[in-house]
Write a protein that binds this ligand. Structure first.
Ligand code: PGA
Length: 253
């Protein structure tokens, strides 16, 4: 953490929770995190419960996020969701390019870039995910993959756009596996990302950019991760489905 950057903790619920379950989880989380003012807190439930969770957090210190969006405004795109629909439900953020989208749904860097452009054009803040697979890490390709993903996602972004972007570094081998990157491993890639952004933009943009770590973040490891200079937050999957765990992660010291 660096005092110049406000921490941001986001819970990615992935494909979990019916509306009754979502209402219950959101209200339990709210009881535990109201009053936390020195960091940004974001919940990203599935599309089907955005409204439900939105109602539970309306007017509070917790912001609503979607897990995906489509890059067109409207039209014949069966099964897709537009930025306008997300805004209508009260979303402030959208997660873009999660590794599960890249892996299972064929999202490319180019698609990630189109989604990012659309999100920003419509006034959403974006959490853009990057991360290498285990095979890529073992082949020594981590840096190359991260640089390619960062450059691809950010293509055409202005300095003003960069102020609305959070990058999440999520090594694929650490997601849902219980195998967290060590704080040093994560920090190394966060520095790499910041350097890449510095090469593309100004010092100010690179220093202001918030970079979250994601991949098996737990109440036990959050503090050691957040102790690193260039780790500015966490994108939490599994542990965000348990109110106590998520609240403990949010209130890390
Ligand atoms: P995890 O997921 O915390 O369950 O590893 C993180 C993510 O995919 O955002």
């Amino acid at each position: 953490m660096n005092p110049k950057r406000r921490p941001i903790i986001a819970g990615n619920w992935k494909m979990n929770k019916t509306s009754t379950e979502a209402r219950d989880l959101a209200s339990k989380i709210m009881l535990l995190v109201t009053g936390v003012q020195d960091r940004d807190i974001v919940l990203a439930p599935p599309f089907t419960v955005l409204q439900t969770v939105g109602e539970a957090i309306r007017g509070t210190n917790v912001a609503l996020a979607a897990q995906n969006l489509f890059w067109e405004d409207r039209g014949a795109f069966t099964g897709e969701i537009s930025a306008e629909m997300l805004l209508d439900l009260g979303c402030r953020y959208v997660i873009i390019g999660h590794s599960e989208r890249r892996q299972y749904f064929g999202e490319t860097d180019e698609m990630v870039n189109k989604k990012l452009r659309q999100a920003l054009r419509k006034g959403l803040f974006a959490i853009v995910c990057v991360g290498e697979s285990l095979a890529e890490r073992e082949q020594g390709k981590t840096n190359e993959v991260i640089e390619r993903q960062v450059t691809g996602a950010l293509k055409g972004m202005t300095e003003a756009d960069m102020m609305k972007i959070v990058v999440a570094y999520e090594p694929v081998w650490a997601i849902g596996t219980g195998k967290t990157a060590t704080p040093e491993q994560a920090e190394e890639i966060h520095i790499l990302i910041r350097r890449k952004v510095l090469a593309l933009y100004t010092h100010d943009v690179a220093e202001t950019l918030r970079i979250q770590y994601g991949g098996s973040v737990t109440p036990e490891n959050v503090s050691s991760l957040m102790a690193m200079q260039d780790i500015d937050g966490a994108l939490v999957g599994g542990a965000s489905l348990k109110p106590d765990s998520f609240a403990t992660i949010v209130t890390f010291t």
